[in-house]
Every structure is written in structure tokens, then in C-alpha cells.
Design a protein around this ligand. Structure first.
Ligand code: GAF
Length: 392
């Protein structure tokens, strides 16, 4: 059974009827540009083939009910008019509903705030995006739900507006202070392309990555160390960046250049400076990666990926031993480049690998995890895939 079949079956069990439609949205992997999104900076993610499906049907009593195959809890049902009493979730508190349900209900609430309105709905969700792996399972739920309600409620919002709806749900309904990279990647993904996104203007350019043409593959190394963005470390990093920008007297770290770093070091404490240095150098690495992809192809970006990982490990301090082991063992086994991807504190790393070396690199990473006493990693390759869509 595919995740699409699972969503349909769940919908039928829930309602005794067939859904009016099925919508889906993908997870994403970020090639480079980490924690730069909420600093108005640059990112270069792509959508992956793993998707979340929402089977949705209208109901005529003004209520919204959500169910999912990945939560053991019962479906959650409220009146659409009650959503405004549940959200926003106060900073630092858990949502008033089960966390998984806060994503689709939060999307409905954010759409209401954007002026959208319509009939009640039943939503059954199933997904094959690994959860907690740093591959944006949450943005995939938001993208599938937002796409469905946009169509069924005739809201007419474009993909960027739907990405903003998803981020609002994540920030204000779930309480995770994330940027907009994941939602934009999930909405805008295209096969064979990465999305070069300016997070200040939300201008997005598709960059052909040519990974397969260069005889390469992207290997995902999911450490199975679960991470969460609603908790401590992510929020602390964001606060350090805001502190750094305030000390530099600029609206955001996007406005600090590599040439400004010497002055930054004089003005701030060591920890804040290192957080700032990561963001400033990472923005430059994204720009350099785009230039390198255009001029020399994917086989030339390995050093940028490695430098990005070092910066996250040493300056931003968001790596964990499992991520470092994945990166180091992949590189030692011949990967062209490797880095942790996503928010950090667990989740996945990526390696850029010659297609013929995928097995050898995978075996080496698995062996390194075993030697360190870590749980076995989940390893698989991905190619850039399509963004949110209606499937049926
Ligand atoms: C998570 C967040 F959701 C994104 O907005 C981004 O900040 C990322 O971590 C780090 O680059 O995926």
C-alpha cells in the first residue's frame, strides 16, 4: 500500500465515504544554507520523492476533523468557528490539541486569518516522509492540507502565499519558531532542480542540479536521532542571531557581510560571534554553491558542503556525534562532500557520492555507526521531486 492508498483507506474508515479529492506535498532536503532562512538569507533546498497525502471530503456542519495513520491518538474534531479559540499557542506552551493535529488545524486557522472560508471538512493524512529526520515531515503536512483547503474553499492563494500559511501554522499553532525554507521547498519543488530562495524577498529560482547527469547521487543518512524545533536549541540559536544583528545595528544577519566579521568579533561575546559567523559564511557558501553548480556542475560543490558542516559543528554547534560520524565516514569512504541537513540536534546528513560508490559509502557509514555503538542509520538516495499538487 502506498501512502496515498493509506490516506484513502483511512478516510473511508473515518467517514464511510470516498474523499472528494487527494492532495499531497513532499518533504525536502537542504543542499546548503542552514539556519539562514530566518535571518533573511539564502537557502538551496530541493523537494524529495517522499510525500504526505491528505484525503479530504466536505461536510455540511461547519466542523473540521483530522485523522492520521502516524498518530495513535483518536481523530481530533472541532468547529471551524472554534479554531480561533485554540490558536495561537502561547510561546513556550504545547498546543491545546495533540501536536500532530495542530499542523492541519493550524493551517485551517491560518487560512481563516488570510480571509479564506468554506465548508467543514474531514481530512485523513498518511505519509512516507520519515518523521523527526530533518526532512520536513511537518512542512509536507502543512503543504498537503493548505493545497486541499485552498482548492476546496476556493481561496485562490498562490504557492508562496500557501507556504506563508504553512509557516504561520508551524510558528503560531505548533509553536516552533522556524523560517520559511521548508514550506517554500515543499510548495515549489520541481524534478531535477533545487530552489535558490532569497528568504528576504521570497524570490525563488530553480537551479538545475544535474546530479544524475554528473553520475552522482545524494545519499540521505538518517541518524534516527529524533529532533524537534519547538524545543530549546533551535530557539536559542535564533535568539543568538537576533542578538548579533542588534549588536551590528542591522535588521537581520543578511545585512552583515564576510568583510564585517572582524568588527563583529570586537563587538560581541565569543558564542554570539560564532553564531553570527556561521550565518554570514553560510550565506556566502549558498551563493558560491549556486555559482559553482552553474559554472562547473555538481561534482565541484563538495568542498562547500564540507565547509558548511564544519561551520555548523564548530560555530553554530548544532551537530551531534551521530551526524559527525555520518559525515566523516562518508567522506573517508570517498564521498565528494557531506554535511548535516536541516535544523540539527539530530536528524539526517547528506552525502554527494559517485553513483557507483553508493553501496561502498553506505556500508562504511553503517560500519562506523556500529563501531561507535550507535543505532543503525537509515540510508537511502533521493532525487529532486515535484512540489505540492492535487493527485486525485
Ligand atoms: C528547520 C526549519 F524549519 C527551517 O526553517 C530552517 O531554519 C532549518 O531548520 C535550518 O536551516 O528545518
Amino acid at each position: 500500500m502506498t501512502a496515498q492508498d493509506d490516506a484513502t483507506t483511512l478516510f473511508e474508515q473515518l467517514t464511510g465515504q470516498s474523499p472528494d479529492g487527494i492532495w499531497s506535498a513532499p518533504g525536502r532536503v537542504n543542499l546548503i544554507g542552514e539556519h539562514t532562512d530566518y535571518n533573511d538569507g539564502f537557502v538551496l533546498p530541493f523537494a524529495i520523492p517522499h510525500r504526505t497525502y491528505a484525503a479530504v471530503g466536505m461536510r455540511d456542519d461547519g466542523r473540521i476533523r483530522v485523522a492520521s495513520t502516524f498518530a495513535d491518538d483518536a481523530p481530533v474534531e472541532v468547529a471551524l468557528s472554534e479554531l480561533a479559540t485554540l490558536f495561537p499557542t502561547p510561546t513556550g506552551e504545547a498546543p491545546a490539541v495533540a501536536e500532530w493535529a495542530a499542523y492541519p488545524l493550524g493551517v485551517a486557522w491560518a487560512l481563516q486569518l488570510a480571509g479564506a472560508a468554506g465548508q467543514g471538512v474531514d481530512i485523513a493524512i498518511a505519509s512516507d516522509v520519515p518523521v523527526g529526520a530533518g526532512l520536513s515531515s511537518s512542512a509536507a503536512i502543512e503543504g498537503a492540507t493548505a493545497s486541499a483547503l485552498n482548492d476546496l474553499w476556493d481561496a485562490g492563494l498562490d504557492r508562496t502565499a500557501l507556504a506563508r500559511i504553512g509557516r504561520r501554522a508551524e510558528n503560531e499553532a505548533v509553536g516552533a519558531p522556524t523560517g520559511i525554507m521548508d514550506q517554500m521547498a515543499s510548495m515549489l519543488g520541481e524534478p531535477d532542480a533545487a530552489i535558490f530562495l532569497d528568504c528576504r524577498t521570497l524570490d525563488a529560482n530553480l537551479i538545475p542540479v544535474g546530479i544524475a547527469e554528473a553520475g552522482l547521487a545524494i545519499l540521505i543518512m538518517d541518524t534516527r536521532v529524533q529532533h524537534a524545533h519547538a524545543t530549546g536549541g533551535y530557539r536559542e540559536r535564533r535568539e543568538a542571531c537576533e542578538r548579533g544583528a542588534a549588536i551590528m545595528g542591522v535588521p537581520s544577519l543578511r545585512d552583515v557581510s564576510v568583510d564585517d566579521l572582524a568588527r563583529a568579533e570586537e563587538l560581541m561575546d565569543d558564542v554570539t560571534f560564532r553564531r553570527v559567523r556561521h550565518i554570514v559564511t553560510e550565506n556566502q557558501r549558498v551563493l558560491d554553491t549556486v555559482t559553482t553548480l552553474r559554472e562547473s556542475g555538481a561534482s565541484a560543490i563538495g568542498d562547500l558542503l564540507v565547509a558548511s558542516h564544519a561551520s555548523m559543528r564548530d560555530d553554530f554547534e548544532i551537530s551531534v556525534p551521530e551526524l559527525d560520524t555520518a559525515v566523516e565516514s562518508a567522506l573517508a569512504a570517498g564521498a565528494i562532500g557531506a554535511r548535516m541537513t536541516g535544523g540539527g540536534f539530530g536528524g539526517a546528513a547528506i552525502a554527494l557520492v559517485e553513483q557507483g560508490a553508493v553501496h561502498a559509502v553506505s556500508d562504511a557509514v553503517t560500519a562506523a555507526f556500529a563501531a561507535s555503538g550507535f543505532a543503525s542509520p537509515h540510508l537511502f538516495t533521493v532525487t529532486p521531486a515535484a512540489g505540492a499538487r492535487r493527485d486525485a
